[in-house]
Design a protein around this ligand. Structure first.
Ligand SMILES: *Cc1c(COP(=O)(O)O)cnc(C)c1O
Length: 378
């Protein structure tokens, strides 16, 4: 059984895709009466680690929690500056604020929507404690030059790979290149737990720190806890991945090959259809080894085109309004002309696994019409 949410198809910009085993897996957890951090959480960690080809993975309750705990594990705190592209989901920036650090917003490369090495290196100051590059849209950017240039200076590189679960960086999966990496398994990500996240730690110590942080600083194991009083050894938060969410993730992981195949195929359909359309540039996600998360174009008069396409009930979106222009981050605002320009041009087309190739072709045809109409009105 594959259930499509009520308004699926082209009305939605994004949508989770269930393979049918998720509901049964959740029902089993509910019947078991154990909803918290359970053996399923650990099984999910092991399965993700095996899939990525890493020795350890630490599950947390969201991608935001993954970034927050990774920053804490890298000892980033008040007074520190963290280099981050303005072009990202606001969660990346809120995680930086959560540790009391300040964002130092930088430009992106307009072709990839990812940060360029030189831009990052030029932004480093005395106060820089970390860099959080974003693997935008699923693109598996090779960040090894940034790692080697910065880590010897004590600057942590934390990869925000919320879009890039499953993507390959050369022959290794994102997360398996030795970098401190954060994934999101939110509702619309390539793999979903309902809500969830994962940190790929660099060392056993880092893994241990994040495991304490996610369980309120309580160090005793579940079984020990049943027989003794709980002991709080360090700072911590309620950030564990529940068994309910882990069960969804495990079911999803069992079908991830299909997810990858479908997303690549549908993205290819868009690429081919968009080739003949004038006035739009597809934001490429790189080699075929990427698992596309978004299908974005850049288009002039974006706001008019957006309204035009929306009036045809097509679920277009914008990923993302630049963060340096957000009211919450006004204290760290600076001029970022490339990001501002890109921010006015990007348009995310409906992209999820409920779409058919016919629907994609119709979206592109409607987009073409919308561009014509938007050009006609002055
Ligand atoms: C989704 C996302 C996050 C946050 O993940 P959540 O699971 O929603 O907390 C962080 N960064 C980026 C780029 C994202 O897209």
């Amino acid at each position: 059984m594959t259930t499509a949410p009520a308004a699926s198809g082209t009305q939605r910009n994004a949508s989770p895709y269930l393979y049918g085993q998720e509901a049964a897996a959740v029902a089993q957890v509910l019947e078991s009466g154990q909803y918290g951090h359970t053996a399923l959480t650990e099984e999910f960690e092991d399965r993700v680690a095996a899939f990525l080809g890493v020795t350890d993975a630490v599950a947390v309750s969201s991608g935001t929690a993954a970034l927050h705990t990774a920053l804490l594990a890298a000892r980033v705190g008040p007074g520190d500056e963290v280099i981050v592209p303005s072009m990202t989901f606001c969660a990346t920036v809120q995680a930086i604020r959560a540790v009391g650090a300040t964002p130092r917003f930088v430009e992106i490369n307009p072709a990839t929507l990812c940060v360029d090495q030189q831009v990052v290196l030029d932004a480093v100051t005395e106060s820089t404690a970390a860099v959080v590059p974003v693997l935008f849209g699923g693109r598996a950017v090779d960040l090894s030059p940034i790692h080697s240039a910065l880590e010897e200076r004590g600057i942590a590189v934390i990869e925000d790979a919320a879009h890039a679960f499953g993507s390959l960086n050369g022959t290794r999966r994102v997360g398996a290149t030795g970098a401190l990496t954060c994934f999101s398994f939110g509702p619309i990500k390539n793999l979903t737990c309902g809500q969830g996240g994962m940190v790929i730690p660099r060392t056993p110590e880092e893994a241990d720190t994040i495991r304490r942080l996610r369980l309120l600083g309580v160090t005793q194991s579940q079984t020990e806890r049943a027989s003794t009083t709980c002991r709080v050894d360090s700072f911590g938060l309620r950030y564990q991945l529940s068994g309910i969410n882990a069960a969804i993730g495990l079911a999803q992981l069992g079908h991830f090959d299909t997810t990858v195949e479908t997303r690549r195929r549908l993205w290819g359909t868009y690429r081919d259809a968009l080739r003949t359309l004038e006035g739009v540039t597809l934001v490429d996600v790189g080699p075929r080894t990427a698992v596309p998360h978004l299908c974005q174009v850049r288009v002039g008069r974006r706001d008019q085109v957006f309204q035009e396409v929306r009036s045809r009930e097509i679920g277009v979106g914008v990923h993302y309004p630049p963060n340096h222009l957000q009211p919450a981050f006004a204290p760290w605002r600076r001029a970022l002309p490339i990001t501002e320009q890109v921010g006015q041009e990007i348009l995310s087309l409906p992209f999820h696994q409920h779409l058919t190739e016919d629907q994609i072709n119709r979206v592109v045809a409607d987009l073409g019409q919308a561009i014509k109409t938007a050009r006609a009105v002055r």
